[in-house]
Ligand binder design. Structure first.
Ligand code: FAD
Length: 403
């Protein structure tokens, strides 16, 4: 029987352990936190966006193009949802392709994986940090916080540095570097952006639908659309996460929000002019009522330097156009981000070039496998990162258990 040691009991590690055990391997999972699936249990705001039915290699980034392709083609979103159904997890897929557990609880994803590992005879060692892995002639010696262990094959599934609050760390990179691997430069992906636009405070707590454009030197460098959340420090929400890497890697970046993407600027200006003519006593701060949220409307009026308490009839030539332009091009200069602690994914990681994408085995150290976020692969916002964890974890588990 082949002994497989899985280092890290997160999404990728649990999937790898299950697959290796179901193929007859004797599997141990070493997890440094008190329980497995700590990060998984907070994903998707506690709902766990566990995959996206549109997942394909086009949604993944890193220095090795199409590295994610083989694993995704073998075990993509459909196979993932089917596998979870076998484990007893019912799921629902939204119109935008994002899949969630029907229970709306990330905890149930962790639970079904935990139960299946128990049923499959996987040995779980929580509160146990792997300090180093040494490759020998007959397998691996694993140095633990409380002793040592031996295995024929090792799967490193330690995750990345992002989300420090939920166990993200650089430990996995160090383990693999100790075995001769190198890593690319690390950055933060899918992260909240800071802005010095003073309106942020007044808009704090509002969620709005917007088309988002990242501008650098006046040029558009990235776009997204969807939910934006205003916070006291800047901008958050899925549409912001999606363009965060582009904003952080561009000089003098600013985010421009189109808060009325269904309506043209000219149409909006017409609507405002009509309103000024039909209800001249209406306070200017209510000019946008019925178009954007009232609090946003008031802020837009202020941004244009107009007095909210004045009647709308004071609008002069060009004012309606200026208001409409601001609503469709609301500018937030970007001053930074919320850091690795808050990022959802690490950009960069252990060089995927040093692993075989068809097996996830190291090209430098036979018998060593890696999967999930520890590798230099990061996905778009919307369930793609967990899909990578499932796809790569499964492939690593299957191949590590092969005789
Ligand atoms: C707040 C938040 C929300 C997110 N929401 C989503 C979402 O909805 N959809 C989505 O697709 N992605 C989401 N992500 C990203 C996703 O959670 C990760 O990409 C995914 O969990 C990576 O899986 P992994 O198994 O590689 O790493 P992890 O899930 O981080 O697991 C790695 C495990 O290894 C353990 N470990 C590390 N080093 C050692 C060591 N030396 N010894 C023993 N154990 C060790 C860690 O404690 C950890 O439990 C979110 C991330 C965050 C932070």
């Amino acid at each position: 029987m082949i002994d497989v040691a899985v280092i890290g009991g997160g999404a990728a590690g649990m999937m790898a352990a299950l697959e290796a055990a179901s193929r007859g391997a004797a599997v141990s999972v070493f997890e440094r936190q008190a329980r497995v699936g700590r990060k998984l249990s907070v994903t998707g705001n506690g709902r766990c966006n566990l995959t996206n039915i549109q997942a394909s290699s086009a949604h993944y980034h890193g220095e090795t193009p199409d590295f994610a392709g083989p694993a995704l083609r073998r075990f993509g979103p459909e196979e993932t949802l089917r596998r979870f159904r076998e484990l007893g997890l019912l799921t629902t897929v939204q119109a935008d392709g994002r899949a969630y557990p029907l229970s709306d609880s990330a905890g149930s994803v962790v639970d079904v994986l935990r139960y299946a590992m128990e049923a499959g005879g996987v040995r779980l060692r929580t509160g146990c940090e792997v300090k180093a892995v040494k490759a020998g002639k007959k397998g691996f010696r694993i140095c633990l916080s409380d002793g040592e262990a031996y295995a024929d094959r090792v799967v490193v599934a330690c995750g990345g540095a992002a989300g420090e609050r939920f166990g993200g760390s650089e430990l996995g990179y160090r383990l693999l570097e100790g075995l001769g691997h190198s890593r690319t430069r690390l950055g933060r992906g899918l992260v909240q952006l800071r802005s010095d636009n003073r309106c942020c405070r007044s808009l704090k707590g509002i969620r709005a639908d917007a088309a988002v454009t990242v501008l650098s030197g006046g040029r558009s460098v990235a776009r997204s659309a969807g939910e934006v959340q205003f916070t006291d420090y800047g901008l958050s929400g899925p549409a912001i996460f999606e363009i965060s890497s582009a904003a952080l890697s561009s000089a003098d970046a600013a985010v421009s929000l189109d808060l009325l993407r269904e309506v043209s600027e000219a149409e909006l200006a017409r609507l405002l002019r009509r309103r000024a003519a039909s209800t001249p006593q209406l306070a200017l701060e209510d000019a946008f009522v019925g178009t954007v949220q009232n609090r946003i409307g008031r802020v837009l009026v202020g941004v244009c330097g107009l007095k909210g308490s004045a009647p709308i009839s004071v609008l002069e030539d060009g004012d309606a156009e200026r208001l409409a332009h601001t609503a469709k091009n609301f500018l937030f200069p970007i001053t930074g981000d919320m850091g690795m602690e808050y990022a959802q994914v690490t950009v960069g990681g252990v060089s995927a070039r040093e692993f075989d994408p068809n097996t996830m085995e190291s090209r430098l150290c036979p018998g060593l496998f890696a999967c999930g976020e520890v590798l230099d692969v990061d996905g778009d916002c919307g369930g793609f990162n967990l899909q990578w964890a499932w796809s790569s974890g499964r492939l690593a588990g299957v191949c590590a258990a092969e005789a």
